[in-house]
Design a protein. Sequence first.
Lengths: 149, 106
Amino acid sequence: MRPSRREFLIGSAGIGMASALPASATPAMLEEAIRNVIGEANLQTGKITLEVPPLVENGNTVPVTIIVDSPMSEAEHVKAIHVFNEKNPQPHVISITLGPRAGKARIATRIKLADTQRIVGIAEMSDGSFWTGEASVIVTIAACVEDVK
Amino acid sequence: MARTLINVPTTAKRGDVIEIKTLISHPMESGYRVGTNGTMIPRDIIRQFVCTYNGEDVFRAELSPAIAANPFISFFTVATESGTITFEWRGDNGFAASETAPITVE
């Protein structure tokens, strides 16, 4: 639903006072959030897959499955998985710590999406390399920012 | 105490990779919504989820407001020995919940 001018002004004033953050993250914030996690490391594309329905009706619960291609052995495993989004108020979604005890790097959860956007996954391997993969989702009813009536 | 729903196989063969599914009732209030009186609803979310297998950490997740209400997390682990799998959730306003599930490994 499109907020009225009054609702929008009330909402933006509240956000301004609370944290001075914009109502939605920007691609620059996404980039910064990713850099905070991986530092100066080189980001390679591949190995990580995000399974998300391409079109979701309700952004309040979007099922996401994260799969990383790894043998998950003592010598070669996934250490961590991070998921970010582009347009929610905060770019961070979830950070997962794994080890060889996981057996299989496949995680499922449900997330909120404020808008039609890109979701980015980052996998940190035991050899110190970082891999990235992304998925695009079309959201018809947004989450997070709608008001309580 | 928040209601939880845990799905762990009761028996498994040694070395099997088993799937664990967890669900906990929690509003996951993002802190970005405006309430009826025009003020922001304060954030109330689960920040951390930890799974330990006989005391050893096997899975850990740091959650953000972007996780949907009633957080559902499913993951895999290797069935190494019989014992107890413990699940712990921690969050804002001192929220804490824990649950255990027994497993028999043959």
